[in-house]
Design a protein around this ligand. Structure first.
Ligand SMILES: *[C@@H]1O[C@H](CO)[C@@H](O)[C@H](O)[C@H]1NC(C)=O
Ligand SMILES: *[C@@H]1O[C@H](CO)[C@@H](O)[C@H](O)[C@H]1NC(C)=O
Length: 314
C-alpha cells in the first residue's frame, strides 16, 4: 500500500514535474525548464542568469563553499561618497560544475551555446602558462555574433574563449586562467561580458586585440594581473579600443584596465571595486617589432581613463 503510493507519487512527479539533478540548472533568465530539484537538493539563486540545484542542508555536500551566494559587497560607511555607488549583486563564489567535458580541439560556436554549467577542459591539456599560444589552443572559438553562457573553464586549457567578431559571454567562469581567459578580435562593434568571474591569471584576464568596444559588467576577478589589456605590441597595432567596466569586483590583482592612450583608447569605470586601489594604467602601444609598450601613467586622467563610483573596500 505504502509502496504503491510512493510509486504513484514518483511517476506523477517524473511526468508532471521534471526534477533537475544535483548541480543541474533550475532557473535563471531564459531558463524554460523545471525549477524543481531532485530529493535532497534545493534550487539556489546564483545570479540573474543561473540558479543551480545544491544540497539543501546549509553545509552539505562535503565541499567547502557549497552553494553560491550573491554578495552585495562593499558597505559604504555611512557617508555614501559622491555619485556612482558601490558594486552590488556581483556573484563572488565560483559555481559548482554540473558535469565534466574534455575535448581534443577547440569547440567552434556560431549562434548561441548554453553550457549548463558543465566544466570544460582540453585533453590533452593545452596550457603552457604564459607561452604565447594561439586560437587553436582555446577552449571555445566564437564566430562573429556568437554567444556563450553558463559554462566553467577548467585549468586544463590555454586560451579560454576567442571571439572572432563581436560576442557575448554570460555567466562564464574561469577557475584558473592559463594564458588568458578571452581574446577579443572584432574589427568594430561591442562585445559583452555579463556576470561570471575569473581567478589565478598571472597576467591579464581579457586580451583586447581588435577594435571597437568591450563592455564588462557584473563580473568578479580574483588573483590576476590586469582585468583587461589593449594589445601592447600586436602586428598592425592601433586603435581606438574602448573599454567599459561597470559593477565589477576585483580582488588581489592589478588595474582594472591597461589601455594605449596613444591610440585613442578609453576606459570608463563605474560602480566598481579594486581592493588595492588600482584603477587603470595608460601605455604607449607599439607595433610588433618596435620594442615593447611603455607605461605612461597610472590612474584616471579624465582624458583616456575615467572613473566614477570606485571603491577599495571589497
Ligand atoms: C614602428 O616602426 C615603423 C617603422 O619601422 C614606424 O613607421 C612606426 O611609426 C613605428 N610605430 C610605433 C608605434 O612605434
Ligand atoms: C577627474 O575628474 C574627477 C571628477 O570629475 C576629479 O575628482 C579628479 O580630480 C579629476 N582627475 C584629474 C586627474 O583631473
Amino acid at each position: 500500500m505504502k509502496s504503491l503510493t510512493l510509486l504513484a507519487v514518483s511517476l506523477f512527479s517524473a511526468s508532471a514535474l521534471a526534477q533537475n539533478p544535483l548541480w543541474g540548472q533550475c532557473g535563471g533568465n531564459g531558463w524554460t525548464g523545471s525549477t524543481a530539484c531532485e530529493s535532497g537538493a534545493c534550487c539556489t539563486f546564483s545570479n540573474e542568469w543561473y540558479s543551480q540545484c545544491t544540497p539543501c542542508s546549509g553545509n552539505g555536500g562535503g565541499s567547502s563553499s557549497t552553494s553560491t551566494t550573491t554578495s552585495a559587497t562593499p558597505t559604504n560607511g555611512g557617508g555614501g561618497g559622491g555619485g556612482g555607488g558601490d558594486p552590488t549583486g556581483v556573484t563572488t563564489v565560483f559555481p559548482q560544475a554540473s558535469g565534466e567535458t574534455a575535448l581534443p580541439t577547440a569547440r567552434v560556436i556560431s549562434g548561441h551555446f548554453d553550457g549548463g554549467m558543465v566544466r570544460y577542459s582540453r585533453s590533452p591539456d593545452t596550457c603552457q602558462e604564459q607561452t604565447e599560444t594561439d586560437e587553436a589552443a582555446a577552449m571555445f572559438i566564437l564566430e562573429a555574433g556568437g554567444s556563450i553562457s553558463n559554462v566553467i573553464l577548467s585549468k586544463a586549457q590555454a586560451e579560454g574563449i576567442h571571439c572572432r567578431g563581436t560576442c557575448t559571454l554570460t555567466n562564464v567562469w574561469w577557475e584558473d586562467v592559463c594564458e588568458d581567459a578571452a581574446t577579443f578580435k572584432q574589427t568594430s562593434g561591442t562585445s559583452y561580458i555579463n556576470g561570471g568571474g575569473a581567478r589565478k591569471a598571472s597576467d591579464k584576464i581579457f586580451q583586447f586585440n581588435g577594435r571597437g568596444t568591450v563592455s564588462i559588467k557584473n563580473f568578479y576577478a580574483e588573483d590576476y594581473g590586469k582585468v583587461i589589456r589593449s594589445c601592447g605590441d600586436c602586428t598592425g597595432n592601433g586603435g581606438p579600443r574602448h573599454v567599459i567596466i561597470d559593477n565589477v569586483i576585483a580582488k588581489d590583482g592589478g588595474p582594472l584596465c591597461g589601455i594605449n592612450s596613444n591610440y585613442g583608447d578609453t576606459c570608463r569605470i563605474s560602480n566598481s571595486c579594486q581592493n588595492n586601489g588600482k584603477i587603470c594604467d595608460r601605455y604607449e602601444g607599439v607595433t610588433k617589432g618596435n620594442g615593447s609598450s611603455k607605461k605612461l601613467g597610472t590612474g584616471p586622467d579624465n582624458s583616456s581613463c575615467f572613473a566614477s563610483g570606485f571603491t577599495e573596500s571589497c
